[in-house]
Design a protein around this ligand. Structure first.
Ligand SMILES: [Zn+2]
Length: 143
Protein backbone atom coordinates (compact mmCIF):
# COMPACT_ATOMS: atom_id res chain seq x y z
CA UNK A 1 0.00 0.00 0.00
CA UNK A 2 1.34 3.42 -0.92
CA UNK A 3 0.38 6.84 0.34
CA UNK A 4 0.94 10.28 -1.03
CA UNK A 5 3.78 11.92 0.90
CA UNK A 6 1.65 14.06 3.23
CA UNK A 7 -1.39 11.84 3.67
CA UNK A 8 -0.68 10.40 7.10
CA UNK A 9 0.53 13.77 8.35
CA UNK A 10 -2.71 15.30 7.08
CA UNK A 11 -4.82 12.70 8.84
CA UNK A 12 -2.87 13.31 12.02
CA UNK A 13 -3.53 17.04 11.76
CA UNK A 14 -7.24 16.42 11.18
CA UNK A 15 -7.44 14.16 14.21
CA UNK A 16 -5.59 16.69 16.33
CA UNK A 17 -8.24 19.22 15.31
CA UNK A 18 -10.88 16.84 16.64
CA UNK A 19 -12.20 15.34 13.42
CA UNK A 20 -13.36 11.75 13.26
CA UNK A 21 -12.25 10.07 10.04
CA UNK A 22 -14.31 7.79 7.84
CA UNK A 23 -13.73 6.05 4.54
CA UNK A 24 -16.57 6.18 2.00
CA UNK A 25 -15.74 4.09 -1.00
CA UNK A 26 -17.22 2.69 -4.20
CA UNK A 27 -15.89 -0.80 -4.87
CA UNK A 28 -17.77 -1.77 -8.01
CA UNK A 29 -15.06 -4.35 -8.71
CA UNK A 30 -16.91 -6.53 -6.21
CA UNK A 31 -20.21 -6.24 -8.05
CA UNK A 32 -18.48 -6.81 -11.36
CA UNK A 33 -16.90 -9.96 -9.98
CA UNK A 34 -13.27 -8.77 -10.25
CA UNK A 35 -12.51 -9.23 -6.56
CA UNK A 36 -14.21 -10.24 -3.32
CA UNK A 37 -15.34 -8.22 -0.33
CA UNK A 38 -12.64 -10.04 1.60
CA UNK A 39 -10.06 -8.38 -0.65
CA UNK A 40 -11.57 -5.00 0.22
CA UNK A 41 -11.41 -5.83 3.94
CA UNK A 42 -7.77 -6.85 3.61
CA UNK A 43 -6.93 -3.39 2.26
CA UNK A 44 -8.95 -1.70 4.99
CA UNK A 45 -7.25 -3.74 7.70
CA UNK A 46 -3.87 -2.76 6.29
CA UNK A 47 -4.94 0.87 6.32
CA UNK A 48 -5.96 0.60 9.98
CA UNK A 49 -2.66 -1.07 10.85
CA UNK A 50 -0.73 1.69 9.10
CA UNK A 51 -2.71 4.28 11.04
CA UNK A 52 -1.85 2.63 14.35
CA UNK A 53 1.75 2.22 13.34
CA UNK A 54 1.95 5.97 12.75
CA UNK A 55 0.34 6.70 16.12
CA UNK A 56 -2.95 7.72 14.58
CA UNK A 57 -6.41 6.73 15.71
CA UNK A 58 -7.86 4.19 13.29
CA UNK A 59 -10.64 5.25 10.96
CA UNK A 60 -13.90 5.31 12.85
CA UNK A 61 -15.77 3.34 10.21
CA UNK A 62 -15.86 2.37 6.56
CA UNK A 63 -18.84 2.65 4.23
CA UNK A 64 -18.53 0.48 1.16
CA UNK A 65 -20.72 0.30 -1.93
CA UNK A 66 -19.92 -3.06 -3.53
CA UNK A 67 -22.42 -2.69 -6.38
CA UNK A 68 -21.78 -2.30 -10.06
CA UNK A 69 -23.43 0.69 -11.74
CA UNK A 70 -25.90 -1.69 -13.44
CA UNK A 71 -27.31 -2.70 -10.08
CA UNK A 72 -28.68 0.84 -9.67
CA UNK A 73 -28.26 0.73 -5.90
CA UNK A 74 -28.88 3.80 -3.80
CA UNK A 75 -25.47 3.84 -2.08
CA UNK A 76 -23.01 4.26 -4.95
CA UNK A 77 -21.35 7.69 -5.01
CA UNK A 78 -22.33 10.33 -6.07
CA UNK A 79 -25.27 9.30 -3.90
CA UNK A 80 -25.02 10.80 -0.42
CA UNK A 81 -26.55 7.72 1.16
CA UNK A 82 -23.40 6.16 2.64
CA UNK A 83 -22.45 9.49 4.24
CA UNK A 84 -25.97 10.05 5.52
CA UNK A 85 -25.97 6.60 7.09
CA UNK A 86 -22.66 7.28 8.85
CA UNK A 87 -23.86 10.66 10.11
CA UNK A 88 -26.97 9.05 11.52
CA UNK A 89 -25.11 6.12 13.07
CA UNK A 90 -22.55 8.35 14.81
CA UNK A 91 -24.76 11.38 15.44
CA UNK A 92 -22.57 13.63 13.36
CA UNK A 93 -23.84 17.09 12.52
CA UNK A 94 -23.32 18.29 8.96
CA UNK A 95 -22.05 21.81 9.73
CA UNK A 96 -18.46 20.88 10.46
CA UNK A 97 -18.19 17.81 8.27
CA UNK A 98 -16.38 17.45 4.98
CA UNK A 99 -16.26 14.90 2.21
CA UNK A 100 -12.81 15.05 0.65
CA UNK A 101 -11.93 13.16 -2.50
CA UNK A 102 -9.99 13.22 -5.73
CA UNK A 103 -13.01 12.59 -7.94
CA UNK A 104 -15.95 14.83 -8.66
CA UNK A 105 -18.38 12.13 -7.47
CA UNK A 106 -16.72 12.29 -4.04
CA UNK A 107 -17.44 15.97 -3.60
CA UNK A 108 -20.91 15.49 -5.10
CA UNK A 109 -21.70 12.73 -2.62
CA UNK A 110 -20.87 15.17 0.17
CA UNK A 111 -23.17 17.75 -1.32
CA UNK A 112 -25.91 15.15 -1.71
CA UNK A 113 -25.55 14.29 1.97
CA UNK A 114 -25.77 17.94 2.97
CA UNK A 115 -22.11 18.45 3.85
CA UNK A 116 -19.27 20.37 2.21
CA UNK A 117 -17.57 18.56 -0.66
CA UNK A 118 -13.86 19.21 -1.18
CA UNK A 119 -11.59 18.23 -4.06
CA UNK A 120 -7.89 17.45 -3.75
CA UNK A 121 -5.18 16.56 -6.22
CA UNK A 122 -5.36 18.36 -9.56
CA UNK A 123 -9.10 18.37 -9.99
CA UNK A 124 -10.97 21.66 -10.03
CA UNK A 125 -14.63 22.43 -10.39
CA UNK A 126 -16.67 25.62 -10.16
CA UNK A 127 -18.88 23.87 -7.59
CA UNK A 128 -16.35 22.83 -4.96
CA UNK A 129 -13.26 24.21 -3.27
CA UNK A 130 -10.13 22.41 -4.42
CA UNK A 131 -6.66 22.00 -2.96
CA UNK A 132 -3.45 20.60 -4.31
CA UNK A 133 -3.06 18.18 -1.43
CA UNK A 134 -4.98 16.87 1.54
CA UNK A 135 -2.48 18.62 3.78
CA UNK A 136 -3.21 21.96 2.15
CA UNK A 137 -6.90 21.44 2.88
CA UNK A 138 -6.29 20.27 6.45
CA UNK A 139 -4.21 23.37 7.14
CA UNK A 140 -7.12 25.63 6.20
CA UNK A 141 -9.11 24.10 9.07
CA UNK A 142 -6.40 24.96 11.56
CA UNK A 143 -7.37 28.31 12.97
ZN1 LIG B 1 -24.25 0.39 -3.71
Amino acid sequence: MEYYPDTLKSLQLLQSLGFDLFVVTNQSGVGRGYFSMEAVYVVHRQLQNDMREHKLQPFKDFAICPHSPDEKCNCRKPSGQMIKDLMEKYHISPEHSYMVGDKLIDAESGKNAGIQGVLVRHLTSPDFPSYKTLLEFAQTLKK
